[in-house]
Design a protein around this ligand. Structure first.
Ligand code: SPV
Ligand code: MG
Length: 544
């Protein structure tokens, strides 16, 4: 009985996909969505098209279906929706937000976003929902035909679908007026007619369909006559059914129940198994794609992990009575928190902190803790050995009481070598009285020459080097490649077999490594500090 030609579409754009649904010989279904997430859920359920409902988009913004949201605010929501699915979308364009001129701009902007079609209704701006009140005024037929023509003339794609919605039955103007209007809208260029009804049965819709005689596809919204079997629409030759608001309505029911239960029980018990999992959210928004993209685009060094040595007691008097040095507060943040932030900025997410003294005070989101319960009679290497299960793959080892600028770690992570130590070559440091214990001697001093990129190799770290042999101070930060990490583990095993593990310090360990393997020096000039004394703490306060 259909008079319009039911074209076989072969294109693969969203425009052609919606046109295919509207013009196909089968009954099609468009399911309501009101944001990106619900659009995804509609696609997941197997629907082939979306209805971007004016009522539910407004309601999800906490607004009435009365054009309270501006059309560009709606457009923003539509963009999220279309970006989050591959489905074509028929947009509820209400009255077109004004006259022909507003419709032109709306259709152009939808087309630019690959939004496949719009439905405009023959009422007046600002619109009122069809199910509110009686005898809402209708647009003048010729004026509305102008909106349709302007819309069709503005489409950016030949297959864009413009549906004209006839409100004559809803407004009590009768069947003849509805048919007369539909005919005029079809003649003005509408691709399809949405014939709306608010009766509890489908009688007037089926009568209209019979009298329409298939001049162009018919779209219906059976919200009020929901008990009619779908088969009746199929038999009548209706093109498309819109399930107009049921995702939002089901979400309201579920959210109300959940809020009430949690409010009343002051607990999540009994709720967890009734709601979607957090994992489900990750799945719906496509976290797997992001993880794959990270592998493709982020540098490999993002996988390095860090071991922070923070087991020793502090020597900062009052400040370290109830906590180790790394947890001393510096302008509202502990030293450890600042160190962890610096590590994270360089892409290091897996951070193990070896704690001992006042271990209960070492608490921080994003770290794993490892205990050295013998911290009182063991040294740094023993602590490091407590984390031996973490020493595999690229590993950064750092003292828990140092602070350094991001660029030092970034440079260390990209420096060549399987074991690389950050060494401060500042003259002032070299000449300081009471020169610190981690003095470094190497095969070449810092040259400062732009063209000098020859590797520098560690000879020794010790508290006791001659002024001539010192090239700098190890800042307490070292990087081991996967291979370097195996050398490190081997050397700790060697110390253990020689009964030296308990009391060895990092300078001894690194010096022994340098005797067997290349240990590279990465020179830095200041921009770091360690906190050993109260004056150091004063410096740290200024290190923002
Ligand atoms: C909508 O979903 O916003 C509609 C359909 O326009 S109805 O609410 O039935 O008018
Ligand atoms: Mg609407």
């Amino acid at each position: 009985m259909s008079g319009y030609s039911r074209i076989k579409q072969t294109g693969s754009t969203k425009f052609s996909a919606l046109r295919r649904e509207i013009f196909s010989t089968e009954l099609s279904f468009l399911m309501e969505a009101h944001n990106g997430l619900s659009a995804r859920i509609v696609e997941e359920a197997g629907f082939r098209g979306l209805w971007a409902s004016g009522l539910t988009i407004s309601a999800s913004l906490g607004l009435r279906d009365s054009n309270e949201a501006s059309w560009t605010q709606v457009l923003d929501v539509l963009e999220f929706m279309t970006d989050s699915t591959s489905l074509p979308m028929l947009v509820d364009g209400d009255t077109g937000y004004g006259n022909f001129n507003n419709v032109r701009r709306l259709v152009r902007k939808l087309g630019e976003r690959q939004i496949a079609g719009v439905c405009i209704e023959d009422k007046l701006f600002p619109k009122t929902n069809s199910f509110i009140g009686e005898r809402q005024p209708l647009a003048d037929i010729d004026e509305f035909c102008g909106r349709i023509k302007a819309g069709k003339d503005s489409q950016t794609d030949d297959e864009f679908v413009l549906v004209a919605r006839v409100e004559a039955l809803i407004s009590g103007h009768g069947m003849d007026e509805a048919l007369h209007r539909a005919e005029a809208y079809h003649a003005a260029g509408a691709d399809a007619i949405l014939i709306h009804s608010k009766r509890a049965d489908a009688d007037e819709i089926l009568t209209f369909t019979e009298r329409w005689q298939g001049r162009c596809p018919l779209v219906i919204v059976p919200t009020m006559y929901y008990q009619t079997p779908t088969e009746a629409y199929r038999k009548a030759g209706i093109s498309t059914v819109i399930w107009a608001n049921h995702n939002l309505r089901s979400a309201i029911t579920a959210m109300r129940e959940t809020s009430r239960r949690i409010h009343d029980s002051q607990s999540l018990d009994g709720t967890e198994e009734r709601v979607a999992t957090v994992k489900d959210i990750f799945h719906l928004v496509g976290n797997a794609e992001l993880a794959a993209a990270e592998k493709r685009y982020l540098p490999d060094r993002a996988t390095a992990k860090a071991i922070v040595l923070a087991a020793a007691g502090g020597a900062l008097g009052e400040l370290t009575v109830d906590r180790p040095k790394c947890m001393v507060d510096i302008r509202g943040q502990s030293l450890l928190r600042r160190l962890v932030d610096t590590l994270s900025h360089s892409g290091i997410r897996e951070i193990a902190v070896v704690r001992g003294y006042r271990k209960e005070a070492v608490r921080l989101a994003g770290i794993q803790t490892i205990d050295n319960d013998r911290y009182q009679d063991t040294g740094e290497v023993y602590s490091l050995n407590c984390a031996r299960n973490q020493i595999a793959g690229e590993t950064v080892v750092v003292y828990g009481d140092v602070l350094f600028r991001d660029h030092i770690l970034d440079g260390l992570l990209t420096a060549k070598g399987d074991i690389v130590l950050a060494v401060d070559a500042m003259n002032a440091v070299l000449k300081a009285p009471g020169y610190p214990r981690d003095q470094v001697s190497a095969d070449r001093p810092f040259s400062g020459d732009y063209l000098d990129d020859q590797p520098v190799h560690l000879k020794e770290i010790s508290a006791d080097l001659t002024a001539e042999s010192r090239v700098g101070e190890w800042i307490g930060l070292a990087r081991f490649s996967a291979l370097g990490a195996t050398w490190l583990a081997e050397e700790m095993a060697a110390l253990e077999s020689e009964n030296l593990l308990d009391h060895a310090d990092m300078p001894l360990l690194l010096t022994r490594l340098a005797a067997k393997h290349p240990v590279c020096v990465y020179y830095v000039l200041g921009h770091w500090l360690d906190v050993d004394t109260l004056p150091d703490l004063g410096d740290a306060l200024n290190f923002t």
